[in-house]
Each structure stands twice: as C-alpha cells, then as structure tokens.
Design a protein around this ligand. Structure first.
Ligand SMILES: [Fe+2]
Length: 447
C-alpha cells in the first residue's frame, strides 16, 4: 500500500469507525460503513503484499515503516485507542474478513484494559486470526527513554486530575511495566537516573524516582509480579493527591502556617481516593498511597491505629530517601551515603527495620550516584556496584588528581584495581557537579 491517498483513506475510515463506536449502537451504518470501506482497502492492498502494517513508534504514527507527520491530529481516535491499549502495531494478513476487522474495531474501542497476552486471548475468542495486535516489545527503549516516558506519563496523569478527570490507568500500567523491565535489565542505570532531581519539576521527577526505587526494592524483597506492579504504581502515584492541594502551598518556599500544613496533610487521603477510582488498579495501590506518610511507629499522618499494609513501608522508605537526596529550600541534598545514615538512625521508629535493611543492602555501601574521592585524589561517581565487594564499586572519574576536569572520564573498576580505593565521599555541591545530568549523559551515550 504505497499510495499515500489510499493509506490516508484507510486510516481515516478506521478512525471514523472507532469514533462512531462511541456515539452509535453496534451495527449502525456510521460504524459499519467506514469499517466496510477499510476492509475493501485492506483486501485490495493484500492482493499485492503479504501484509499491511501500521502502528506507533516512539510516539509517532507509522505506516509500513514510514512516519506519518501529524498522525495524532489526523487520526486522533485511532491513535488514542492504540495508545490506551498499549498496542504499537496492527498487522493485517491475507485472508482477513470483514467480520474480523469489525471485531478488531470492537476490541480497540472496548473499555477493558487489555494488553499483551490478554489481547491475544480476546482476538482468539472473537475468531480473529488474520489481524495481529502487537503490544510494545520489551527492551525497545533505553533507560533514559523509559525514565522520560514515565515522567511524561506522571505529568499527564496529574494534569488530568487537575482538570477534574479520573486519569486513565492504561498509560500508568504500561509505564510501570517498562520501568520494571528496565530495572531488571539494568538496575544500575535506572538507579543512576533517580539522581535527576529537577527543582522546578520536583513532583514529577520525585514520583518517577520513588517508583524506580520502589520497584528495585520490591525486586530485592522478591515480590510477586502483581505486588511489584502495585508497588511501582504506588510509587509513581503516591503524591497524586498533591494535585488537590493549592500549588502555592505545595511550592511555598518558607514555613507553612498550621492551616497550610493541614491542607498538605490531606494529600494521602485525596491520593488514595483518586487511585481507587482509576479503573483496574490493584487495591494495594490505594493502601500504600494512603499510608505513605504513616511511619512504622504510627507517627506521621493521617493518624491511624490500624495495622499498616506490609508494602506501605516500601513507598515510605523510597520517598524519604529521594527527598533526602534532593535539594530543598531548607536543606542541602545529602549524598546517598549520608542519606542512608540519616535513615538508619530512624530504623524501628520511622522505618521498618527489615525493609530498611533490604533497602540499604540493595543500594550498597556506596550507592550508584555517590561522588567519591579515591586514594589517587581523583574524584568520580559510582556507576555500578560489585555486589560481592561493596567497598569496591565501579567509579567513573570526572576530576583528575590535580582537580582538573577529565574529558574522557575513564571508568575504574575498584574490584580489579587493588592499588586504588575510596577514601571518602564528596558533596557534589562542592565540585559543582549535577549528578542527575551526569547520568542523563551516560544513558544517552549508551543508547
Ligand atoms: Fe507525600
């Protein structure tokens, strides 16, 4: 199907069929006519090619490998249904029937959050064998793309809430599955990216960081997939209730009045109300969002005497760690080693000793992102852990022994260099280094 007009006609008709599905009953000509037209166009194209394929690649509409500019504007319903269902390709094969095409329009316009294997099951159940709906393959994006995608999703989700809508859970679930894949593929890179602490966008970066940390901790604790997903979603949405608190209070640089503080304290309840209304989220999400400021000893807020959900402490701990390692109006950022020390002091009071222990073990003696001075006097950033040798991680040097910036940034695996060792941690503020930007560059270079 090389003719641009024919492609456009096909996509317009499919878009039209999906759009009409929202407005008209099944079988109505407004749905049946564009579906029939689409079928004719596809069958025609299949006379000369084995299949016809279109989809979404890196957020852009693609037909047979060619990007279609403005696809989102031209075929908004088609694009939004595909995105919602996490489908990145639709493939028609020879032998396709009109009934199959109509069934696919039904599946795409359905409200159930189906994806992956579930989509296959639905196609099977409806007897669709000549149309494939492919969901996003794993490992397609690099760590930074996944991180930025999560940032975008949390931003969109929160703005939907601000507009008074109940946000869609499909994009959130998809992002959590990508973050989880990325953590399992390269946990060091993902933990490095949690050092991105955008001051102006604090809430969004903080949400993604907590999610990445929570997935990593959940992984260390050996959680089952269902719980791990819920913890990831809980991390991403833990502060979603802040959308219900006036922005001038959230961003207020100085001390808060007691009324303002009372408003802030409402955000866990507001947040859990929102997540409970989002379709298809696990009930754990509501619990952990509600409890993320309740400490292990039940101090904090909201006040409760009830037993806490066993996974809530995962969010509480990751939230505290990301806050401690972030610059705040009232606080210089702690480096990861200092942040851990601060937190260990609250073990058994603010934090569950067992979960905190797992967290500290997961991060290691010198967590990824710690700036360190070596015995050679060179300064670098920990980029990878050597799990069997916590004192000797892999360090990427950024300043030489004389303090001059190194442009080639050599990596030193301390486990293989017995003559060098870490002598101290260094506060990045002192050397004017943005550790988050450093990891962004690392990740972009690895792509
Ligand atoms: Fe919070």
């Amino acid at each position: 199907m090389n003719d641009i007009d024919t492609r456009d006609l096909l996509l317009k008709n499919l878009n039209g069929a999906l759009k009409s599905k929202k407005l008209y009953p099944p079988g109505h000509p407004a749905v049946a006519a564009p579906a029939k037209k689409s079928f004719e166009l596809v069958s025609n194209a299949l006379k000369t090619s084995a299949n016809v394929m279109f989809g979404i690649m890196n957020g852009a509409f693609v037909f047979e490998g060619d990007a279609i500019p403005d696809g989102e504007k031209l075929y908004p319903d088609l694009m939004s249904h595909l995105t919602e269902k996490n489908i990145d390709a639709v493939i028609f094969e020879k032998g396709v029937t009109e009934k199959e095409l109509i069934n696919v329009v039904d599946i795409l316009s359905g409200t159930a959050a189906v994806k992956g294997e579930e989509i296959k099951k639905e196609l099977d159940a409806k007897g669709v064998t000549h149309i494939t709906l492919k969901s996003m393959p794993i490992g397609k994006k690099n760590a930074l793309e996944v991180y930025n995608g999560a940032l975008e999703t949390v931003k969109n989700t929160m703005s939907e809430v601000r507009l008074g809508k109940i946000p869609k859970s499909g994009p959130v679930k998809e992002v959590i599955s990508e973050l989880t894949d990325a953590v399992f593929t390269d946990q060091n890179a993902m933990l490095g990216l949690t050092m991105i602490k955008n001051y102006d966008n604090y809430l969004f970066n903080h949400s993604v960081n907590v999610s990445v940390l929570a997935i990593s901790l959940g992984r260390a604790l050996g959680l089952e997939k269902e719980e791990l997903d819920a913890v990831g979603v809980g991390g991403l949405l833990h502060d979603i209730g802040k959308t219900g608190v006036a922005e001038n209070i959230i961003r207020k640089p100085g001390g808060l009045s007691s009324e303002e503080w009372d408003k802030i304290k409402e955000h866990p309840q507001l947040g859990s109300n929102i997540t409970k209304r989002m379709e298809g989220l696990h009930e754990i999400v509501g619990h952990v969002v509600y409890e993320h400021h309740i400490r292990y000893d039940h101090s904090g807020y909201p006040q409760t005497t009830e037993k806490l959900h066993p996974l809530s402490q995962i969010i509480t701990i990751c939230d505290a760690y990301d806050a401690l390692t972030t610059v705040r109006v009232y606080q210089q950022p702690h480096n990861p080693v200092e942040a851990i020390k601060v937190m260990v002091n609250f073990s058994g009071r603010h934090f569950s000793p067992d979960i905190l222990k797992a967290f500290v073990n997961m991060l290691g003696l010198y967590p990824v992102g710690t700036m360190v001075r070596l015995s050679t006097n060179a300064i670098g950033v920990v980029i990878r852990l050597n799990p069997e040798n916590g004192e000797r991680p892999v360090v990427k040097l950024i300043y030489g022994p004389d303090g001059a910036s190194l442009h080639d940034s050599p990596e030193v695996d301390l486990s293989a260099n017995a003559d060098k060792h870490i002598v101290s941690t260094v506060n990045p503020v002192v050397t004017n280094t943005d550790i988050g930007a450093f990891f962004e560059k690392e990740s972009a270079a690895a792509a």
